[in-house]
Design a protein around this ligand. Structure first.
Ligand SMILES: *Cc1c(COP(=O)(O)O)cnc(C)c1O
Length: 401
């Protein structure tokens, strides 16, 4: 199934040449107006945004030292909690789902808990009722991890506003991208001021990172197209899988250091121009996703994740569960290296990443592990045409039967 085109595993908003011209920065104002949020705060990554949030909350509740996160989430969350000198406590997911399990959460969240991180995975809106109720009962804060969900809506409002703080990612592959970036949001005026003060105090003004990120953003703009993406994404993916390293293949092998710097004016300008296309992009992507979810539902034995009632997803990719780990492996054996944008989300539950063993409690998280073994993702990129989508459905249908 090898071919010359390579579909990206997620639907990133493609950059245009005109985006790269100098422009006045209005990135956070544009996005806040589109999303209907209070003022947004820009940081150099989603992880940096999470660190700023933890810093601010730690100042409010210095005796609380535990952060409760889902056992199936981005390894960067574990790295950030460790970097803050806080203790990570994992909460298993609901069986067959990525949401925090309410019973496990009630046990994990105690008087020592600083924050809970409900996570809007795959651009879909997480259950917020249990986390908010449990947090209220124990005095913990709620940080919504909306790294994958810029543009997702819960009822009338953007995700990120139910909890005390929300954050989004502007990393490559996460929808709107300035190669690396993150946004903080909160309804609470006092907390917003504290987040601003923390950022001013801990983020150095000048750094070599910004030059590097600018070059990387140019590279992304040049290579983010099916004809060239094989070079930047496909070749390293196949090489990693050949040497039996799925963690590197999906990019779950994060460095321990977390860069901290200001996002420069040029990248903010690029983001401002691209953001003008975001609302239409999200509408088109959602229509495509809902149609394809319905098509996947016709396949026996798989479960496809969809919007909860009253919510709207941002749909970077479609997320589904195969009936067994072996069947997921069988489908991926055919599809992962086929250039069709089929991948795994996170390869493991957090306790199963060997390189994180010193930063992640080694508790059994059976539902999260089962989820990691059975989940696969299908790109929601516009470049994945109907014929290729049908080829994917055929393989998944055969593997799951
Ligand atoms: C990507 C991601 C992050 C980190 O965001 P970056 O911008 O890459 O630092 C955090 N949480 C989740 C769920 C993510 O997918």
């Amino acid at each position: 199934m090898r071919r010359l085109r390579e579909i990206p595993p997620t639907a990133g908003l493609p950059l245009q040449a005109a985006d790269l011209l100098p422009r006045r920065d209005a990135l956070t104002a544009t996005l806040a107006a589109q999303l209907g949020t209070p003022p947004l705060q820009l940081e150099c990554s989603g992880t940096a945004a999470l660190l700023v949030a933890l810093h601010a909350l730690k100042a409010r509740a210095p005796d609380r030292r535990v952060v409760v996160a889902p056992a199936y989430t981005c390894p960067l969350v574990a790295i950030a909690v460790h970097r803050m000198g806080l203790t990570l406590r994992l909460c298993d997911t609901r069986p067959g789902h990525w949401d925090l399990d309410p019973q496990a959460l009630a046990q994990a969240c105690r008087e020592d808990t600083l924050a809970i991180l409900p996570t809007h995975l795959a651009g879909l809106v997480a259950d917020m009722d249990a986390p908010l109720e449990i947090a209220r009962a124990t005095g913990a804060f709620v940080i919504e991890d909306a790294a994958q969900a810029l543009g997702a809506r819960d009822g009338e409002q953007s995700v990120g506003l139910h909890g005390d703080i929300g954050f989004f990612s502007l990393a490559a592959g996460k929808g709107l991208s300035i190669y690396e970036g993150g946004l903080l949001v909160t309804r609470d005026d006092a907390l917003r001021e504290e987040l601003r003060a923390v950022s001013a105090a801990i983020v150095p003004p000048a750094s070599g990172w910004e030059l590097r990120r600018s070059v990387e953003l140019l590279g992304l703009a040049a290579l983010y197209r099916p004809s060239l993406l094989g070079l930047a994404y496909g070749v390293p993916l196949r090489r990693a899988l050949r040497r039996g390293d799925p963690v590197a293949a999906v990019g779950d092998d994060f460095a321990p250091q977390i860069p901290f710097h200001r996002v420069g004016r040029w990248r903010r300008g690029v983001g401002t121009r691209a953001a003008a296309r975001l609302p239409d992009f999200l509408i088109t992507n959602r229509a495509r996703a809902l149609q394809r979810v319905a098509r996947l539902r016709a396949l026996p034995g798989i479960s496809v994740f969809d919007e909860a009632a009253g919510t709207i997803g941002s749909w970077p990719f479609l997320l589904l569960l195969m009936p067994t780990a072996a069947k997921a492996d069988a489908a991926l054996a055919e599809l992962w290296t086929a250039g069709l944008g089929v991948s795994r989300l996170f390869v493991h539950a957090l306790p199963d990443y060997a390189y994180l063993a010193d930063r992640v409690p080694q508790d059994a998280m059976p539902h999260a592990r089962d989820f990691a073994q059975r989940a696969l993702t299908i790109s929601n990129s516009a470049w994945l045409d109907e014929a290729d989508f049908e080829r994917i459905c055929a393989v998944i249908g055969r593997a799951s039967a």
